[in-house]
Design a protein around this ligand. Structure first.
Ligand code: BDR
Ligand code: CA
Length: 309
C-alpha cells in the first residue's frame, strides 16, 4: 500500500479528502498533519479528530503544525467553510484530552527518513509545514517519493478564488509555496484549473443516503454550496482536496504536463499567483507537473462510490 502523510487545514473539502482516502482502503496513512489555513491550526486539528472519529479510525494520529504563515498574517475562510470550518456538522462529537504528538514538520522529517523513497506527501492546505521541514532537513528532497499539492491556478487568468489570479492555499502562504516549489521535490500541482470542474450537488449527495456519511456531507457542504451558487450560479461544493486523493488512486483522472512554475510574492495585485511558463520564456528547468485536464465525471463517481462502500 502507498504510504502517505496527508497535510490538512480541515475545512469541508479537507474533511471529504480524509474520508475518501481512508474509505478507499488503498492508502496507508502514516499520520495526518495540520496547519493554519481555512481555520486556525487548533480548530483544524479538532476537526480532523472529529472526522477520524466519524470514519472510525481513531488509531490514526494527528500532528499539529504551523499556527501561522511564515511571514504574513493568517486569512481564515469562515465564509466558505462555516464558523467551525466544517459547517457545524459534527457538533455532537466532543474532542477532549488530545494526546500530545510531535510537531508536524518533525513528524514529516522522521517518517521520510524512515521510509526513504516510499513516502508520498499530500498537501491540501497552505505549504507552511513542508517549507519548515525542508529548511530543517534539506535531505527530504532525496527521501520523499512524491508530493501532490492542491493549489494554484495556471492556465487561465482571473479565475482565482482568493484574488483574481490567486488560489487560497498558495495565497495563504506564498513564501512557503515558493520554498516548496523550488526545492527539487517531485511535485504535482492539482490546481483550480481542474478542481473547479469537480463538484457535488444535492443530487450527488442523495446517492449517499443510507450511509454514515449522508448527514455529514449534506450538512457540512451547506455553506459551501451556497457559496458555489454565488460563484458559479449552481449550488455545488467543489472537490478541490479530494481530487489529490483521487489522483493517487487513479492516475487516469488527470492529465499532466511538466513546466517551470514560479510563485509571485512581491505584487499586491497578484500575491500568491502561480505563474506557469508554458512557452519557456525564462529558459528554466521544468519543476512542476501541472494538471490541465480532468475526467470529472469518472472521478466524482469514484468519490461517491468509495463513500458508499
Ligand atoms: C483550497 O482552499 C481551501 O479553502 C480548500 O480547503 C482547498 O484546499 C481551494 O482553493
Ligand atoms: Ca484545504
Amino acid at each position: 500500500m502507498q504510504k502517505i502523510i496527508l497535510d490538512v487545514d480541515t475545512g469541508v473539502d479537507d474533511a471529504l479528502a480524509i474520508i475518501y482516502g481512508l474509505e478507499s482502503k488503498k492508502l496507508d496513512f502514516l499520520g495526518i498533519t495540520t496547519v493554519s489555513g481555512n481555520v486556525p491550526v487548533e480548530m483544524a486539528t479538532i476537526n480532523t479528530h472529529k472526522i477520524l472519529q466519524l470514519v472510525g479510525r481513531k488509531d490514526i494520529k494527528v500532528y499539529p503544525g504551523a499556527n501561522r504563515p511564515l511571514l504574513r498574517e493568517p486569512h481564515y475562510e469562515y465564509h466558505v467553510h462555516g464558523s467551525d470550518g466544517i459547517g457545524n456538522a459534527l457538533d455532537t462529537i466532543q474532542i477532549e484530552d488530545l494526546e500530545e504528538t510531535d510537531f508536524a514538520a518533525d513528524f514529516i522529517i522522521e517518517q521520510a527518513k524512515k521510509f526513504q523513497g516510499e513516502l508520498t506527501l499530500v498537501m491540501v492546505g497552505p505549504l507552511t509545514n513542508l517549507a519548515l521541514a525542508l529548511r530543517k532537513e534539506p535531505r527530504l528532497v532525496e527521501w520523499i517519493k512524491e508530493v501532490v499539492v492542491m493549489g494554484g491556478l495556471v492556465s487561465v487568468a482571473g479565475m482565482g478564488n482568493k484574488l483574481p489570479n490567486s488560489e487560497f492555499n498558495i495565497y495563504a502562504d506564498a513564501e512557503a509555496a515558493k520554498i516548496v516549489i523550488h526545492s527539487g521535490l517531485e511535485l504535482t500541482l492539482v490546481s483550480l484549473d481542474v478542481t473547479t470542474q469537480t463538484f457535488i450537488t444535492k443530487e450527488d449527495i442523495e446517492r449517499l443516503k443510507g450511509t454514515k456519511y449522508y448527514d455529514f456531507v449534506l450538512k457540512s457542504t451547506e455553506v459551501v454550496r451556497e457559496y458555489g451558487l454565488v460563484q458559479y450560479g449552481v449550488s455545488r461544493a467543489s472537490l478541490h482536496d479530494p481530487l489529490t486523493i483521487g489522483y493517487l488512486l487513479d492516475r487516469s483522472f488527470l492529465k499532466t504536463e511538466k513546466h517551470f512554475v514560479e510563485i509571485e510574492t512581491m505584487s499586491e495585485l497578484n500575491y500568491g499567483q502561480t505563474i506557469c511558463d508554458f512557452k519557456n520564456h525564462w529558459q528554466q528547468e521544468a519543476n512542476v507537473h501541472v494538471t490541465l485536464e480532468v475526467n470529472a465525471e469518472a472521478f466524482v463517481d469514484h468519490f461517491i462510490k468509495t463513500l458508499r462502500a
